[in-house]
Design a protein around this ligand. Structure first.
Ligand code: HXC
Length: 266
């Protein structure tokens, strides 16, 4: 969402958003575009990426897409370098690409474990490493990693994703300190239950599950990709210039709202 205060926040700037073909990634790319920035969306399937780029162009932005699997370090480096070559700079990287499904830990195959760790933990590092070469040379940049609150509280059925997101949180804090003096900020956003096709199918496939998840949110509603994108844009903007190594939780109070001794909510 753009208003008089945020309009033009990203004028002349360029962002790369992984997993930008759908859900939260698409919403972040479009919010960046609406605030005047150029966006490059990166993901595996070109069709949804092209659609995001088309929607960003409709907002008056320059937009581009690149088909690439974040698990392939060489392809990631080539994609990031090509984006900088085409658009002249890189101001922001959003590590949003993720893979997820719920499964009891004892039933998770080594391949299933590897698939999620590769996408979330390794993919985030590969993209961060490639983008940082340009940002550190320029002396400025903002990196934003999309995690989940179970990165710190854990959650049954998500051992692969929770371990990967926990790793991304540690990566964020580590690199934030390494790069603070060079003008490169690294932060996380932790969205709660968000109405997207990917999360819905992976995490609350049945109506019963959906009701149960909704019941866990003190705010009593899901969030939207657009609402998450507003917070993401804040962290990517100059308005957050003194914030690094932080996590902004956007979850309607979900992780704090465990009702163990009875419900005192009004
Ligand atoms: C058990 C499963 C499984 C499932 C896959 N596997 N799905 N095991 N239950 N539901 C196993 C497979 O059997 C295989 O192991 C291994 O995982 C790799 O599966 P592939 O399909 O070959 O891998 P790939 O095509 O690379 O797909 C990766 C993926 C997929 C992670 C499995 O789901 C994916 O790409 N998803 C991307 C989109 C997505 O999930 N987005 C949602 C993010 S939401 P074997 O041993 O059989 O070879 C999110 C929100 C979290 O992260 C926060 C909420 C609050």
């Amino acid at each position: 969402m753009t208003d008089a205060r945020t309009e033009g926040d990203f004028a002349g700037k360029v962002a790369l958003v992984t997993g930008g073909g759908s859900g939260i990634g698409r919403a972040i790319a479009l919010d960046y575009a609406a605030k005047g920035g150029t966006v490059v969306v990166l993901g595996r399937r070109p069709e949804p990426l092209e659609e995001t780029a088309r929607l960003a162009e409709k907002l008056g932005a320059v937009a581009d897409f690149v088909s690439c699997d974040v698990r392939d370090a060489d392809a990631v480096t080539a994609a990031v370098d090509a984006a900088v070559e085409r658009h002249g700079r890189l101001d922001a990287l959003v590590n949003n690409a993720a893979g997820n499904f719920t499964v009891p830990g004892k039933d998770l195959s080594p391949n299933g474990w590897r698939a999620v760790i590769d996408i979330v933990l390794n993919g985030t590092f590969f993209c961060t490493r490639a983008a940082a070469q340009h940002m550190l040379a320029a002396g400025a940049g903002a990196i934003l990693n999309v995690i989940a609150t179970y990165a710190w509280h854990g959650h049954p059925g998500t051992v692969h994703s929770a371990a990967a997101k926990g790793g991304v949180l540690a990566m964020t804090r580590t690199l934030a300190v390494e790069w603070a003096a060079s003008g490169v900020r690294v932060n996380c956003i932790a969205p709660g239950p968000t109405e997207t096709e990917g999360a819905g199918a992976a995490l609350w496939a049945s109506e019963q599950d959906r009701r149960r998840v909704l019941g866990s949110v003190p705010a009593n509603r899901f969030t939207s990709p657009e609402e998450v994108a507003e917070s993401a844009s804040f962290l990517l903007s100059e308005r957050a210039r003194y914030i690094t190594g932080e996590v902004l939780t956007v979850d309607g109070g979900q992780w704090l709202g465990k009702q163990i001794y009875g419900d005192s909510r009004s």
